[in-house]
Design a protein around this ligand. Structure first.
Ligand code: TYM
Length: 329
C-alpha cells in the first residue's frame, strides 16, 4: 500500500483539466492506498482572493470532490488550512531551499510574466509549500497533471537534501503519478495551451449541458485537411486530445479515419465531443447541487478529514523537529 497525497487550489470551479489530470486519478487510487486529498486554500492566497469568497471557493471544491466520487470513509479529505502543521514544515524546509532554484521554477517565471504587479514571496516559495504538503504525510505517489511535474522534481530534491543533511532515511522521494500512463495535459478550447481556470478556455464540471454545447461548438479549428493523413494543426489536435479522454476508442477511431480521408466535418466532431463531455459532467453536476445543500454533511467530512490529517501531520512534524535537534526543556 502506497501513501498518496494530492490537492487542488481553491481558486474556482474545477475544469476538465483538473478532473482528468488529477481528480479522476485520486478517485481510482483511493481504495487501494492510504490517501490524503486536500483543498489547497493556503496556495490560493498567492492571488489575493477576496475574503468574502475564500470560504465559498473551498466549499465548492469540497462539494466537487465528493460529487466526483471521493469517499470520505476511505480517504482523508481535508482543507489545507485546517492542518496548520504544514506551515511549520514549510518554514523548516525553507531553510534548506535556495532562492536561485525557486527563481528558476517555470511556474514562478510564468507568474512573473503574467502578474508583474504581484510577485509575492508566497509565489516564490510555492514549491516549498507544495513539498511540505506532500512530505507531511510521507507520500510516495502524487496524482497530478503534467504542469506539476517540475514541482514534484523539486519535492524529491528537497526530501533528498533533508535526508542527506541530517544523515537519515526519513522522507521518501515521491513521484508524480497518472494511472497507467504518462502525466497528461488537457488543452483548452481556444486553440493553444492548457485548459486553465484563469484562461477562459475551460469546460467546468459544474457547467450546464447547454453551456458546454455552446463552448464546444465555438472551439477553434481550421479549414480542414486538404491532403490525406496530414498532420493536425494544434487546435484540431487539441479537440482530439479531449475526445480521447471522454469518448470511446471507437468514436476516436471513427473521427481519426474521417480526418485522414479528408472527410471530417468539424461540426459533427464537436457535437459528439460535447455530448460525451456532458455524459461525464452532467451526473457530477447533479450531485454537486445536492451535496452543496447539505451543510451538515460537509461539516462532518472536513472535521473527520482534519482529525485524520492532523494525526499524521503532527507525528511527522514532531519527528522532523527531533531530527533537526529541537529539544524540550
Ligand atoms: P492546480 O489547482 O493548478 O491544479 C490541480 C490539479 O489539476 C491539474 N491540472 C491539469 N491537468 C491536466 N491538464 C490541465 N489542463 C490541467 N490543469 C490543471 C494539475 O496538474 C493539478 O494536479 N500546486 C497544485 C496544488 C497543490 C498540490 C499540492 C498538488 C498544492 N499542494 C501537493 C499535489 C500535491 C496546483 O496548483 O494545482
Amino acid at each position: 500500500m502506497e501513501t498518496v497525497v494530492s490537492g487542488i487550489r481553491s481558486t474556482g470551479n474545477l475544469h476538465l483539466g483538473n478532473y482528468f489530470g488529477a481528480l479522476r486519478n485520486f478517485i481510482k487510487m483511493q481504495h487501494e492506498n492510504n490517501c490524503y486529498f486536500f483543498i489547497a486554500d493556503y496556495h490560493s492566497l498567492t492571488t489575493h482572493p477576496d475574503p468574502a469568497h475564500l470560504h465559498s471557493n473551498v466549499r465548492q471544491v469540497l462539494s466537487e470532490y465528493l460529487a466526483a466520487g471521493l469517499d470520505p470513509e476511505v480517504s482523508t479529505i481535508f482543507v489545507q488550512s485546517d492542518v496548520p502543521e504544514v506551515t511549520e514544515l514549510y518554514l523548516l524546509l525553507n531553510m534548506h531551499v535556495y532562492i536561485g532554484e525557486l527563481e528558476r521554477t517555470s511556474s514562478f517565471k510564468e507568474k512573473v510574466r503574467k502578474q508583474p504587479e504581484n510577485v509575492n514571496a508566497g509565489l516564490l516559495t510555492y514549491p516549498t509549500l507544495m513539498a511540505a504538503d506532500i512530505l507531511l504525510h510521507k507520500a510516495n505517489k502524487v496524482p497530478v497533471g503534467k504542469d506539476q511535474e517540475q514541482h514534484l522534481e523539486m519535492t524529491r530534491k528537497f526530501a533528498r537534501r533533508f535526508n542527506t543533511m541530517y544523515n537519515v532515511e526519513y522522507f521518501p522521494e515521491p513521484s508524480a503519478y497518472n494511472f497507467g500512463s504518462e502525466l497528461i495535459k488537457i488543452p483548452g478550447l481556444d486553440g493553444s495551451g492548457k485548459m486553465g481556470k484563469s484562461e477562459g478556455n475551460g469546460v467546468y464540471l459544474f457547467d450546464e449541458p447547454t453551456a458546454i454545447r455552446k463552448k464546444v461548438m465555438k472551439a477553434v479549428t481550421d479549414q480542414g485537411p486538404t491532403e490525406p493523413n496530414s498532420v493536425k494543426a494544434e487546435p484540431v489536435e487539441n479537440l482530439f486530445t479531449i475526445l480521447k479522454v471522454v469518448s470511446s476508442p471507437d468514436t476516436v477511431a471513427f473521427f481519426e479515419e474521417k480526418y485522414n480521408n479528408c472527410e471530417i466535418r468539424y461540426g459533427d466532431l464537436k457535437k459528439q465531443l460535447a455530448e460525451d463531455i456532458v455524459a461525464v459532467t452532467a451526473p457530477i453536476r447533479e450531485r454537486i447541487l445536492e451535496i452543496q445543500k447539505d451543510e451538515e454533511y460537509l461539516r462532518k467530512v472536513v472535521k473527520m478529514g482534519a482529525e485524520k490529517a492532523r494525526e499524521s501531520a503532527s507525528k511527522t512534524v514532531a519527528e522532523v523537529r527531533e531530527i533537526m535537534g529541537f529539544k524540550k526543556f
